[in-house]
Write a protein that binds this ligand. Structure first.
Ligand code: GRG
Length: 286
């Protein structure tokens, strides 16, 4: 499935030979050939739940991934996290230059919405509008961008667990939630209670992803992560590990895994892929 996403992204990104070449090269450099593609995988798995057409899911999955990559490119800039390594290769502004990296992120973001607007992704027109709104909200000031603002303001500040959670629900969780919901919306409409249950799962898995990311950042090395390890501790950034300890963070991840599976249980076998992905996310850290 990662291969499938890679091919779709390759096809949907502007060709490097078309002007402005350097900008298109930077966009392709940032997006292609790396990353775990967790969000596209979640999108496809959620689409399985509602019987969605995989070709439609490809588009929704790529839209979410483009927003994710834009956030990584901007996050790595010197004015934010100032990092030189991402997905095992030099960050976009190191490989190109800061202005090009900024523009690459700026161009990836609207491309995501263009994809959602110009492809038919569901038989229900209202569901397609819901998808556009959900992705916009997830990326915006009350979602990922807002979470990033809270994160930047928190460096060196003692945060409580509740405050840390508030930040991560937005910074990382919002887009992961959008990946799940967009995938589900590509298929047959879910009953209100089912959609609420899937949304509950999506919120849990978003948080779970961040707890695991904190565990990995504290425990794995740079070569394994493909990005600079131990940065959170070095910058005195609050994390689940700094607040709960490594064992406490692992316990939290285990609790969230159980809650995620409980949310999926009533869907039965239709949610099997989502269950497997939940385990994949957690098992990266154990
Ligand atoms: C610049 C608006 C703006 C937002 C940036 C998500 C984010 C906000 C920054 C990324 C920094 C970071 C390391 C966040 C922790 C969790 C996270 C999103 C990790 C990266 O996602 P993965 O592990 O990366 O899915 P790959 O490379 O596998 O796609």
């Amino acid at each position: 499935m990662q291969q499938r996403t890679e091919h779709s992204l390759e096809r949907l990104l502007p060709p490097a030979a078309i002007a402005p070449q350097r900008l298109h090269q930077a966009m392709r450099y940032a997006v292609l050939g790396g990353g775990k593609r967790v969000r596209p995988l979640l999108c496809h798995a959620a689409g399985e739940l509602t019987g969605a057409d995989p070709a439609r899911l490809d588009i929704a999955a790529c839209a979410v991934e483009l927003i994710h990559v834009y956030s990584l490119v901007h996050d790595d800039l010197p004015c934010m996290d100032d990092d030189v390594l991402r997905r095992g290769k030099p960050t976009c502004h190191v490989e190109f230059d800061q202005a090009t990296a900024m523009l690459a992120g700026d161009a990836l973001q609207p491309l995501a919405f263009q994809l959602l607007a110009e492809h038919s992704l569901t038989d229900e027109a209202q569901q397609q509008l819901d998808m556009l709104r959900l992705l916009a909200q997830a990326a915006g000031s009350r979602g990922m961008a807002g979470g990033q603002a809270i994160d930047l303001a928190a460096v060196g500040q003692p945060l409580s667990l509740a405050e840390l959670e508030y930040m991560h629900i937005r910074k990382t969780g919002a887009l992961i939630r959008a990946a799940v919901l967009l995938g589900a919306l590509c298929g047959k409409p879910l009953a209100e209670a089912e959609l609420a249950r899937l949304d509950h799962y999506a919120k849990i898995v978003g948080l779970l992803f961040q707890v695991v990311d904190d565990i990995l950042d504290s425990a794995a090395d740079t070569a394994t992560l493909g990005k600079t390890a131990g940065k959170d501790a070095a910058r005195n950034k609050p994390t689940y590990v700094s607040l709960l300890g490594l064992a406490g963070a692992k316990e939290k991840a285990a609790e969230l895994r159980t809650a995620a599976h409980a949310a999926l249980a009533p869907f039965g076998d239709a949610a099997r892929r989502l269950g497997e992905l939940t385990n994949f996310i957690v098992d990266r850290s154990f």
